[in-house]
Each structure stands twice: as C-alpha cells, then as structure tokens.
Design a protein around this ligand. Structure first.
Ligand code: PMP
Length: 400
C-alpha cells in the first residue's frame, strides 16, 4: 500500500566513547635534549599550523619546489632528484635501499652502532646479499678497510652512517666516494643526526644518495625525511629489471609526485603530509637564513662548551678523539656505580629534561645528550649540566 514504510534495522553501537577521549589533550613542556626529536621553534610550529591545502594544488607544488631548493642547499647538491619522503628517517632508509638494489645483488653495510644494523636488516628483507663491516659502537672504518671490503664483496651499494647517533660518532667521509666509484658501487650516507650540525657536502664528497630526518638539527616535527639521488643513483634505479618491493616508496612514482621526472603532469600517488611539509619548508628556511657554515660552527662551539662542562663534572666522554665526536649528539660513558635509567628518570621528573640511554649495541654503555639546531645554545648546555649534576648528587650509587 502507499502507506507502507520501509523499516530499516539500524544496529546500535556497543562500544561507548572512551572516557579518555572526553578529556582535553595534555602535552607537557619538556627540554628535548636527547638524540631527537628536538624542540620545535614557534615559527616552525606555526608553519605546521597553517591551513591545510590540497596536496595537488599548485600552491603546494610551489611549496614542494621550495623544499627541494632548501634540501639542495642543506645537502650542498645540484641533484635534480631531490625530495622529501612522507615518513620518518626510516622511510628514507627503505626508499634508498628498495630503489637502488635488486634482489640477489650484493650490498655492503658498515655497522658501528644501530643504524648499520637496521640498514643491513632492511636490505636482507628485500632479498639483497648483505655483507657487513663491523666495529663496536664508537669505532670507525679506515678507507683501507673499506676498499678491501669493496674489492672483496663487489657491492652495488655501500652504506655508511655519517652521524652515528647511537654512539656519538661523526664518521670521516673524504675519499670514500672516490673508492665507491673505483669499484662501481653507489655510496649511501645517513645524515639524520648530523645534517646542519657537522660539515657534509654531498656533491663534493661524491655521495650518491644522501638522506636525513626532519626532527634533529632541522627542528621540524618528526615525520618527513629529505633525500637526494645523483645521476649515478638515478641510472641504477631507473634501469632495474624488477619493480621495487614498496609501492609507496617507488621512486618512479615519487619522482613524478615531486615534479622531478620531466613529465608535464604531477599525478596522484599518495596524499603527502601537508602540515609536515609546511613545517619542513620553514625549518629549511631557517637553516638557509642562518647559513650552513654558521650552523656547523655554532654546533661545534656549543658541543665543546658542553664537553668541557661534562668533564668538569668528572664524567668521561665515550668518544675519546674530539675530531670524531658528533657535535649534535654527545655520548657520556655511564658513570661508575650509577644505574643510567635512574639518572634519566630523575632528570625528567625534577628538571623536565630528556636525555636518553644507548640504542641497540650501545645500550648500557652511554647516556646521550643532544643539543640540536634551536636547542643548541650554551644556556641549554648549562641546563643539561645542572640537571646531570643534580641527578649525580641525588641518585644512589648501587655498585662499588
Ligand atoms: N639514522 C640516524 C643516524 C638516526 O639518529 C635516526 C633517528 N634516531 C634514524 C636514522 C631514524 O630516523 P627516524 O627515527 O626518524 O625513523
């Protein structure tokens, strides 16, 4: 009949709104003096808080073009194939390995802390034949050792961490690019913890692929990761027989999304983190305004001030040779008798100040202090020293 009603059964929810969601968001103010993320300056936070625009709007393409220029400056490269990953430093690590290596190819990874371990695992997972050069945390590789291993394993890719944040080591780079060319191998360098803090010149040092992260000396929020490939790397990755295992990280698509492939149209591949890119643009602008050399000098001066203060407290620095110390992340040998976790917990509780322990193979060996970018000042070094000194006075000594 005309009066007949369609009765639809509507199921009702059985899970109530969670009580926590009915409370306001709480975020404490902390001094982030660990190895990252570091505190984000108001200007960068404000940039990330600007209105969202479409990831394929022409204004967004302009902002992405600015980011490319900012990365080219920060990396000191003219590479056209320069972009930012939608993802943290690990996204860039995986992007590099997935795109330039094919299953069964030989890869050489230097392992002197956790980052080499990670890259070795990433390469293993995608089916590469992985060879490692191994040193204890804090160790570094001579060019002779590297050349021997290149000759022996004939890798298509050699991985090296410039700023080994788990050990506090700044690895020498000079000459390694030439060795990699001699053995027809690509040089992949991780500068997540060192970019902007320690000198690095992608083109001059003949680095084929370089990546970094947003949340260290750049002081942008975590979640974006600049990366650049030179022509040698592009030749290898765009002449492969197999497709990379990851769709999201496939450089064929990413190079189009970033307008790097010479095609007239930039197509939809994935929705980039718009707010993260706005913030990254601003952090790269701050580095450009300050100047790379000023930034390197400033990190070195503040690090030296911190190192002296730590030694005055009777602490020992984990990296003995000053020239090999990473200016952005300082490693302190855990002082005799103390439980490192208690020292860290004391500083968070009483000073709202974060330092961290070791990572991977350096766990139980070191405490790490990072003063990066916006956080890099002698007044912040004083805060870190005061917190440590207080923790050493108030935390019980457990061992003899
Ligand atoms: N490499 C180095 C040297 C790092 O310090 C880090 C972060 N601690 C990473 C890679 C990984 O970056 P993310 O945590 O942003 O993925």
């Amino acid at each position: 009949s005309p009066n007949r009603q369609i009765i639809r059964s509507v199921s009702s929810v059985t899970i109530p709104p969670p009580a926590c969601m009915l409370l306001p968001l709480e975020v404490p103010n902390r001094y982030l003096f660990g190895p990252g993320p570091s505190n984000v300056p108001p200007r960068v936070l404000a940039a990330g808080g600007r209105p969202i625009i479409g990831h394929l709007h022409h204004e967004m393409y302009e902002i992405m073009n600015d980011i490319k220029k900012g990365i080219q400056y920060a990396f000191q490269t003219n590479n056209h194939m320069t972009l930012a990953m939608s993802g943290s430093g690990h996204a860039a690590m995986e992007c590099a390995v997935f795109n330039v290596v094919e299953p069964g190819e030989s890869v050489l990874v230097s392992v002197n802390g956790v980052w080499g371990e990670r890259v070795a695992e990433i390469a293993e997972r995608m089916g590469a034949k992985v060879h490692t050069l191994v040193k204890a945390p804090g160790g570094y590789f001579t060019n002779e050792e590297i050349e021997k291993a290149l000759a022996k394993h004939k890798p298509v890719l050699f991985f090296l961490t410039h700023g080994e944040s788990s050990a506090g080591l700044a690895h020498p780079i000079d000459g390694i690019g030439d060795l990699c060319r001699k053995y027809d191998c690509l040089l992949l360098v991780d500068s997540v913890a060192s970019l902007g803090a320690a000198p690095l010149l992608m083109d001059q040092q003949k680095i084929d692929i370089l990546y970094t992260g947003s949340q260290k000396a750049l002081n942008a929020p975590p979640g974006t990761a600049p990366i650049s490939f030179n022509d040698r790397a592009c030749h290898k990755m765009f002449n492969r027989k197999t497709k990379p295992v990851s769709y999201l990280f496939d450089m064929t698509h990413l190079s189009n999304y970033w307008g790097n492939d010479g095609k007239p149209a930039r197509d939809y591949h994935h929705t980039g983190p718009v707010s993260g890119f706005l913030a990254l643009r601003e952090s790269l602008a701050i580095l450009a305004e300050k100047g790379l050399e000023n930034s390197w000098r400033h990190h070195k001066e503040v690090a030296e001030y911190l190192w002296k203060g730590l030694e005055d407290l009777g602490l020992k620095l984990f990296i003995k040779d000053k020239d090999l110390r990473l200016p952005s992340v300082t490693t302190i040998t855990i002082p005799d008798g103390y439980e490192w976790k208690e020292l860290l917990a004391y500083m968070i509780k009483h000073h709202q100040l974060e330092m961290t322990g070791g990572l991977g193979p350096s766990i139980g060996m070191v405490i790490r202090v990072g003063l990066m970018g916006y956080n890099c000042s002698t007044s912040n070094a004083d805060k870190a020293l005061a917190a440590l000194s207080d923790a050493l006075k108030h935390c019980p000594k457990r061992k003899a």
